[in-house]
Design a protein around this ligand. Structure first.
Ligand SMILES: [Zn+2]
Length: 295
């Protein structure tokens, strides 16, 4: 993780240049405001998530010293939660901010200046790239955007948990979510704490809670189907992974894509809340199944 480099001091650097594009980001000592201006200059700010991100910030910062002190795609200010949402595809190759490759930023809390970076392309592409819509009706652009906003609720809410808890640099990116992860590493208090933080605020809105739970189950099932090679498996809740002698498993080494474990963990946490008890057994059985498959 880039955390050590970030926390070293506030002097952050955009280190990368791009040949032939008539544009070089190099050696500039940076603060978030400089990054903001660079994103403006590159016409890379993405605004389709602005309203949804503001809603997440309003909800998740209530009751904290940062209540109502947030800025989305505006010049960052100290003493605020500053969220910059950009299209990584619009940036030059190798664009970086303090050691963080913006092309693979996903969603991350930088660990300083209350700065959270979100790659809008990550939000748009994550679900389709994992076959989320395969085997079903072609979703409208509006449906896809609405799913991407739900995904943003999860990843941004989680990162705000890190920010409020004073955690260092924390990353919620596609490559990380796809990398095999031992579930024991994810039980770190920090990660669970951030998910719990997100969930506690989400629960204030029952409709959204159900929508996020549905997304988590659909994400898990997408991956189960992918592993079992059958897009037609019926599912109510999480697919029963022991059915028909077929076993859903990932890597023999006992690790699983992080997003599957995170989604199941979130449902398990949700199951601790009154009214959502059904989630506990389902998610616990799913997680147990993953662990048993490792043996
Ligand atoms: Zn985290």
């Amino acid at each position: 993780m880039a955390g050590a480099g970030l926390s070293r001091r506030d002097g952050l650097f955009i280190l990368a240049g791009v040949a032939g594009a008539g544009f070089v980001w190099s050696g500039l000592q940076l603060n978030p405001e400089h990054l903001y201006r660079q994103l403006i200059d590159q016409d890379a700010l993405a605004h389709e998530f602005d309203a949804a991100a503001s809603a997440v910030l309003k909800e998740t910062l209530t009751g904290t010293p940062l209540a109502n002190r947030y800025r989305v795609n505006q010049p960052p200010e100290d003493g605020f939660a500053n969220v910059l949402i950009f299209s990584a595809k619009a940036l030059p190759q190798q664009a970086a901010y303090g050691g963080i490759e913006l092309k693979s930023a996903g969603c991350l809390f930088t660990g300083s200046h209350g700065l959270v970076l979100i790659d809008a392309d990550f939000l748009h592409d994550f679900l389709p790239a994992r076959g989320f819509y395969d085997g079903g009706p072609v979703p409208s652009a509006a449906d896809r955007l609405s799913d991407a906003k739900l995904l943003m609720r999860w990843v941004l809410g989680h990162e705000i948990g890190h920010l409020v808890h004073g955690d260092g640099c924390a990353h919620f990116g596609a490559s990380r979510l796809d990398s095999p992860a031992r579930d024991t590493t994810l039980s770190q208090a920090r990660e669970l704490g951030a998910d719990q933080y997100f969930l506690d605020h989400l629960l204030l809105n029952p409709d959204l809670t159900v929508a996020v739970a549905d997304l988590m189950m659909a994400l898990i099932n997408t991956d189960v189907r992918h592993q079992l090679g059958d897009s037609m498996l019926p599912a109510v809740g999480i697919i029963d992974t022991g059915t028909g002698g077929r076993h859903y498993r990932y890597f023999a080494g006992g690790s699983h894509p992080e997003f599957v474990i995170r989604a199941a963990r979130l449902l398990e946490l949700l199951g601790n809340k009154s009214g959502y008890e059904g989630m506990t057994a389902m998610a616990a059985s799913f997680l147990r199944g993953l662990k048993e498959a490792d043996r």
